[in-house]
Design a protein around this ligand. Structure first.
Ligand code: NAD
Ligand code: GLY
Length: 372
């Protein structure tokens, strides 16, 4: 039964193609990393929450494990910085890692993004194996090669495109994930349905209770469908010249809230949930999308235990103009024009060029006044 839940996808990027292996219990299997070449220098990067749970298990699976160094970083978005990344560079230097070194990222999106970025930079690029341990990382950040760190001025502002050499997803690891983190990951699952797949959105509605309860079989299906979406977009537009921008539905709002609150007040997935609703509401107020669909999105996010408004305590310390200024620094902005992912209906997001900032400011002012 469990073997039959195993799935394998291929991210078809020519010479840089790589597998996404998805299976409950994958980290108990000797073939978990089949096809990955293990050099002399392997650095396993993880965080302080994940290390005691899974680091030994992964180390036992690595061939030539005695050579694998372990680096445990502090957990949390507030540590996704250049300063923390420097610790990865120092560890690579200490082990005299050469150009064939392998960085193994074991953790959520914070570890995946930082370890991936360090791999992109070390000697101008070494391989990175992603082993995501949060739902968010399994359905989104471990696939597609976006790597980055945050600056106080904005999220993910320093980074590189650097595809992993493989992604190994053991969905059993979700059993230890706190419920709030599971919900945060579900926001990115909803994103795929909301932006481009109405049928998948309907499937999430049907299975919302099972997903939020952590039902293992339903989660494998959600991870698989999400990875299929992500892989197909990445293959079509690896460096976000076009369609990949749609994956940022809700993110320009969400990133602004995260940066303006100093990171960590809301989880990334929570900020994305609020951001998707703000983008949907803006679309509706601009006469582009039906209000009914906005209500359907809000209802689904609520069933997944996600916030649908900026919590009052956080709203009280935010200023709409400051949020708008943050949005202008987002990577979607081109030549200072506000470029947002807006919505026609469930399953139909699009890139809106040069959105009128007065509309956005009004929306933000209302959103902060309505703080949930
Ligand atoms: P995270 O990495 O901070 O992990 C969340 C928390 O869960 C942490 O405290 C972690 O220690 C803990 N944890 C992880 N796995 C666990 C497990 N199995 N059991 C118990 N605890 C566990 O957060 P996240 O939500 O995974 O990632 C968010 C980050 O991902 C953000 O920085 C965001 O910008 C980034 N992101 C990147 C991309 C991309 O394409 N690169 C896409 C989406 C998000
Ligand atoms: N998470 C957005 C992207 O990978 O493009």
């Amino acid at each position: 039964m469990r073997r039959s839940e195993s799935r394998e996808l291929q991210v078809e990027l020519g010479a840089r193609a790589y597998p996404i292996r998805i299976a409950p219990g994958l980290l108990d299997r000797r073939d978990a990393f089949a096809g990955v070449r293990f050099p002399r220098h392997v650095l396993l990067v993880t965080d302080a929450n994940v290390a005691p749970l899974y680091a030994d298990r992964v180390r036992r699976l690595l061939p030539g494990q005695q050579e694998a160094a372990l680096l445990v970083l502090p957990a949390g978005e507030q540590h996704k910085t250049l300063a923390t990344c420097t610790k990865i560079f120092s560890a690579l230097a200490d082990m005299q890692a050469s150009r064939d070194a392998l960085v193994v990222a074991l953790g959520g999106g914070v570890i995946g993004d930082m370890a991936g970025f360090a791999a992109a930079c070390w000697m101008r690029g070494v391989r990175c194996l992603q082993i995501p341990t949060t739902l968010l990382a399994m359905v989104d950040s471990s696939v597609g090669g976006k790597t980055a760190v945050d600056l106080p001025q904005g999220k993910n502002l320093v980074g590189a495109f650097h595809q992993p050499c493989a992604v190994a997803i053991d969905t059993d690891l979700l059993a230890t994930l706190p419920a709030r983190e599971l919900s945060a990951g579900l926001a990115e699952v909803v994103k795929y349905g909301a932006l481009g797949d109405a049928a998948f959105f309907g499937w999430i509605e049907q299975h919302a209770d099972a997903l939020v309860a952590g039902d293992a079989t339903t989660l494998v299906q959600a991870v698989h469908r999400s990875c299929e979406h992500k892989a197909s977009v990445v293959v079509a537009d690896e460096t976000e010249q076009g369609v990949r921008a749609l994956l940022n539905f809700g993110h320009t709002f969400g990133h602004a809230i995260e940066a303006e609150t100093g990171y960590g007040a809301l989880l990334h997935g929570e900020a994305v949930a609020i951001g998707m609703l703000l983008a949907a509401r803006l679309s509706s107020e601009m006469g582009l999308a039906p209000l009914l669909d906005v209500a359907r999105l809000a209802a689904l996010l609520e069933r997944l235990h996600l916030p649908i408004a900026i919590p009052a305590k956080i709203a009280a310390r935010l200023d709409p103009s400051a949020l708008l200024a943050r949005m202008r620094l987002d990577k979607k902005t081109v030549s200072g024009r506000l470029r947002l992912i807006l919505w026609r209906r469930i399953g139909h997001a699009f890139v809106a060029e040069d959105v009128d900032s007065h509309h956005v400011l009004e929306l933000l002012t209302d959103a902060l006044a309505d703080g949930g």
